[in-house]
Design a protein around this ligand. Structure first.
Ligand code: SAH
Length: 425
């Protein structure tokens, strides 16, 4: 069987050569052969020089997605097995103590449109491309062979699949099993439901970012007027002995708390009190369950509320915290909605920073890949100007090590995470 060929235009930006894994319809001069949706196609330059093999989908704006830069390998079941094995080896090498992590991160693991997350002995698969969709049995077989999991669950319940001409799909790949899994992260136990939770159940991409909270959570006692002199017990401003062992810890507001992973880390690292806010009752219940599981219930409180309203109300009531954490969902789902999304990000950040005590901390994230890091930071600056605050950056971070980024593919670099000190102006 001869493989179809897509000839790219002579005068195009050399994105493919620069590591970008997609071809758009406008870049193609002509197609030789009669490829069907999902077929493997050879991508060649205008004089027919081989560039890569990819999955073809005429229904998608991502008309070809690169699967290999070699013209010698066969795109077969064995290639899928090898690629998944390599991706898993990379995690074992770079995140050796993680028993739960992202195993395959789509294009960045050279498996376009395939996400695989490992939750201890359970695997969750999300398929976002036609090329992988029609070969999904290869994926399941590879996972069974490599991991021998307790179960595989599919979470292809995302609207972007429609852009590939695919319906949403969710459910057990084989036999049903208990979808609740307790994952361990940075020494904490976190109960996740891979069927009910957001995305594939949990957000591994912030593992290292959550660990970065460690030094922030203590050192607040003196600011709360608590003194320790010599060997005596700490005393408050009124001279009363302070019995709370977490007297030096921060008071934290965790907005968009979902599983409560930021709350759990805050408590682990010594926070005095954490308030969790999420619009979903289910999410609030999950966070509460996780606080209980880790013995933190007495240092936490929970609110089912719209964060936009909640933040504004707290500002009106002149409430304040040492640390405010904002980890919202992606407000920008596509390029068209970016301006509205920025207004949303600005609003929560503006109110959030107003709630931070002078010299306190704002922890803020965005997982919209349509929002660049530069625009994220300029949005924060605009919010700070309006809120009469000055921000001093402690750390700017991205997604964790199991979410690799391809230079040349900004789409794989979606997570922005910043820690600021906030000063009054
Ligand atoms: N920080 C979380 C992940 C955040 S996911 C964790 O560590 O697991 C985004 C969360 O925001 C979801 O749980 C969703 O229910 C919640 N959410 C979405 N819109 C919201 C709103 N307007 N107000 C409050 N919570 C909202």
């Amino acid at each position: 069987m001869t493989v179809a060929k897509a000839f790219l235009k002579k005068n195009r930006k050399k994105r493919l050569e620069q590591g970008h894994p997609w071809v758009f319809p406008g870049e193609i001069e002509k197609i030789e052969g009669n490829p069907q949706g999902g077929d493997v196609i050879h991508i060649v330059n205008h004089v027919g020089h081989f560039l890569a093999q990819g999955f073809y989908n005429p229904l998608s704006q991502l008309i070809i997605r690169v699967i290999t830069y070699s013209n010698e390998v066969e795109v077969d079941q064995n290639l899928f097995l090898q690629k998944i094995e390599q991706a898993w080896k990379r995690r074992q090498w770079l995140v050796p103590d993680a028993t739960s992590c992202r195993v395959v991160h789509g294009e960045a693991d050279f498996l376009p449109g395939l996400i695989i997350d490992k939750y201890e002995d359970v695997l969750v698969v999300q398929i976002l491309s036609l090329g992988v969709e029609i070969r999904r049995q290869w994926v399941y077989d590879a996972l069974t062979q490599i991991f021998n999991p307790r179960g595989i669950y599919e979470r292809s319940d995302v609207p972007v699949r429609r852009l590939e001409g695919l319906q949403e799909r969710e459910g057990f790949v084989d036999k049903p099993f208990d979808t609740k899994v307790t994952v361990s992260e940075n020494g904490l136990r976190i109960l996740v439901d891979v069927a009910e939770g957001q995305k594939t159940g949990y957000f591994f991409d912030q593992r290292e970012n959550r660990a970065a909270l460690k030094p922030l959570m203590t050192g607040w006692g003196a600011r709360h007027g608590i003194k320790v002199e010599g060997d005596t017990l700490p005393v408050d401003a009124k001279g009363k002995t302070v019995k709370n062992p977490f007297w030096d810890g921060a008071e934290v507001l965790d907005c968009f708390s979902h599983t409560g992973s930021f709350m759990l880390h805050s408590c682990l690292y010594g926070a005095k009190k954490v308030t969790c806010v999420d619009i979903s009752e289910k999410a609030v219940e999950m966070a509460k369950g996780n606080a209980l599981l880790n013995g933190f219930l007495h240092r936490t409180e929970f609110m089912a509320a719209n964060a936009f309203d909640y933040l504004r109300e707290q500002v009106n009531e002149k409430k304040s915290w040492d640390i405010v954490i904002l980890d919202p969902p992606a407000f920008a789902k596509n390029r068209q909605s970016i301006e509205g999304a920025i207004r949303g990000y600005k609003e929560i950040n503006l109110q959030g920073m107003k709630l931070v005590r002078n010299g306190g901390i704002l922890v803020t994230a965005s997982c919209s890949y349509h929002l660049s890091a530069a625009r994220f930071l300029s949005m924060l600056q605009e919010a700070a100007a309006d809120a009469h605050k000055v921000l001093r950056l402690i750390e700017f971070r991205r997604a964790g090590i199991d979410h690799p980024v391809l230079l040349g593919s900004e789409e794989t670099d979606y997570l922005k995470f910043a820690i600021f000190e906030v000063f009054n102006r």
